[in-house]
Ligand binder design. Structure first.
Ligand SMILES: C[C@H](O)[C@H](O)[C@H]1CNC2=NC(N)=NC(=O)C2=N1
Length: 97
């Protein structure tokens, strides 16, 4: 997977407006209605991440999930980060996040 340049990152970010670039990562928060739902969201994200072999950093704080994506093997942002970001957005939307 090749590193994206700044213009490609900006273009792809437009497609996942809940996400913000922070250096070599893109980040978003997901707020679930309650803690069990937050954990269900994490579980569904885990299934998608495993399918893609691309895994987010997840900080779980009660109903709020802080998610960060980067491609460790490439040392920055690649297409895989945005593919998973879009899947995370679908999961979050399905759980009111
Ligand atoms: C060996 C395994 O395929 C690699 O370590 C995968 C696993 N999941 C990964 N997840 C992320 N976010 N970045 C990677 O570079 C990555 N590499």
């Amino acid at each position: 997977m090749n590193l994206l340049d700044d213009s490609e990152v900006r273009r792809l970010l437009a497609g996942v407006p809940q996400w913000r670039r922070e250096g070599d990562e893109i980040r978003r928060t997901v707020t679930a209605p309650d803690f069990p739902t937050a954990i269900r969201v994490v579980d569904e994200i885990a299934v998608e991440a495993e399918k893609l072999n691309h895994h987010p950093d997840i900080d779980i704080r009660w109903r709020t999930l802080h998610l960060a994506l980067t491609t460790h093997d490439a040392g920055g942002l690649t297409g895989a980060d945005f593919t998973l970001a879009a899947r995370i957005d679908e999961i979050a939307a399905a759980h009111g996040g």
